[in-house]
Design a protein around this ligand. Structure first.
Ligand code: AMP
Length: 448
């Protein structure tokens, strides 16, 4: 399917072309037609699936076709996106700017933890779309900076994470200030009772779109984790890749810039590799893939979205150069190896700032991933066992409300070092492609 098939307007299609997006992701294919038709939506999908464009594109289209406020009158806020963290708010704001660049619509982002003055100035200019975290939004509402009388569309993003972070009452307070007649788009990766109740309260005859994560790790994937300082990740990668048993490696980075950087560093070490991501032209992408498929380059460096849909067999190793923030993404990534009945190994390079994410992954897997201890870049001291379970997604709170809910993630305040794997002997990845404790992963699904 192409974006054109979703009946998106020319200004949006042009913006998508500038972004280098070629095809809609699954959630975009499923959600966009319903949102364009004005339906309420209950979406089960997480960050990394293209969820933001799935709501932002049809919202922009709907807002752009309706007449603006009469000349001389302040423009009202016509759409609100409520999201739990400052990073998500900033990312969503950037997406609206990128996708809406040819529409004349304006988006503003507000979140806590920074001075409010630039935000109140931006609000005075009359944004059409407001992206906000709940605490700061309530502050500014109580000071009279924000009114929602003419709101048309409300998006609640990552509802379960709002609950985890202790924001659910704030969310309900915001919703009480919205007009009852509106379109509501509700996203949550899981549906605990409180979230299901909230969805029932605020959605009217919603369409449900469910992008269910994979729920099993293939039996044949061995998994290992290397604890390493961030600055040593590249030398570690070079060391690991010296092993000829690694015939075809897919290396995951969080960002496009990161992917390019890894390729440059590997080049300097004399290891041929190629990167694919959204910034590459179609031709460059195809050449890179071709080189990897034919074995000309042994290493393909990719971001999650770029790797999605790639059909490449015989990937001997998946290397998580960056640990994904969403645990299910890890399962998707490692599922790229051990295709077609082959054995495969997944290696994860985890630095101190990523330990909480890796804990979440192990909790989802319900296993301890064996640790490789005898590599040349192990930081001094063993990782300590994790304290009592933390709620998912509590890694990056901001603002006063968030600080009450969970401490900010900084090196000094890192709450959850990864558990040691006491029973696991040091593993040499070249010899072992098997992990301990493999098995079914408890799925994060609707209705739990
Ligand atoms: P999200 O799940 O909204 O956080 O999106 C994850 C990443 O995928 C972002 O970097 C987007 O820019 C990118 N993205 C979203 N939709 C597409 C698409 N159809 N093609 C390529 N990249 C996309």
């Amino acid at each position: 399917m192409r974006f054109q098939d979703l009946h998106l307007s020319e200004p949006l299609l042009a913006a998508l072309a500038t972004q280098g997006y070629e095809r809609p992701t699954l959630i975009q294919q499923k959600a966009i037609p319903h949102v364009l038709a004005g339906k309420d939506l209950l979406g089960c999908a997480q960050t990394g699936t293209g969820k933001t464009a799935a709501f932002a594109l049809p919202m922009l289209q709907r807002l752009a076709v309706k007449p603006q406020a009469p000349h001389g009158r302040a423009r009202p806020i016509r759409a609100l996106v409520l999201t739990p963290t400052r990073e998500l708010a900033a990312q969503i704001g950037e997406s609206f700017h990128a996708y809406g660049r040819n529409t004349g619509l304006r988006a503003t982002v507000i979140f806590g933890g920074v001075g409010q003055q630039p935000q109140t100035s931006a609000l005075r200019q009359g944004p059409d779309i407001l992206v906000a975290t709940p605490g700061r939004l309530l502050d500014l509402m109580s000071q009279g900076y924000v009114r929602f009388d003419l709101l048309e569309i409300f998006v609640l993003d990552e509802a379960d994470r709002m609950l985890d972070m202790g924001f659910i009452h704030d969310v309900r307070r915001v919703i009480r200030a919205l007009p009852r007649k509106r379109q509501t788009l509700f996203f949550s990766a899981t549906m605990p009772d409180e979230i299901r109740e909230l969805a029932r309260d605020i959605l009217l005859d919603p369409v449900r779109v469910d992008i269910t994560p994979e729920v099993t790790t293939p039996e044949k994937i061995g998994q290992t984790v290397y604890y390493v300082d961030r600055r040593d990740k590249c030398p570690l990668l070079v060391q690991v890749l010296a092993d000829a048993a690694i015939t075809r490696a897919l290396v995951f980075t969080r960002t496009k810039r990161g992917a390019d950087k890894v390729v440059r560093l590997l080049e300097r070490a004399g290891i041929g590799s190629v990167a694919i991501h959204g910034n590459k032209s179609q031709g460059a992408r195809e050449r890179a893939l071709d080189g990897f498929k034919t074995g000309r380059s042994r290493v393909l460096v990719a971001t999650d979205i770029a790797a999605r849909g790639l059909d490449i067999d015989e990937i001997s190793h998946v290397i998580n150069y960056d640990i994904p923030e969403v645990p299910e993404t890890y399962v998707h990534r490692i599922g790229r190896t051990a295709r077609a009945g082959a054995d495969g190994l997944a290696m994860s390079f985890c630095d101190a700032d990523e330990r909480a994410y890796f804990n979440d992954i192990e909790r989802l897997l319900r296993m301890r991933v064996p640790m490789v201890e005898d590599h040349g870049f192990a930081p001094p001291g063993r990782p300590q066992p994790a304290p009592a379970a933390r709620g998912r997604g509590q890694g990056k709170p901001f603002g006063s409300h968030a600080r009450r809910a969970a401490p900010p993630r900084s090196r000094a305040a890192l709450p959850a070092a990864p558990p040691a794997a006491p029973a696991a002997p040091p593993v040499n990845p070249a010899h072992s492609t098997r992990s301990r404790g493999r098995g079914r992963i408890k799925p994060r699904v609707w209705g739990r």
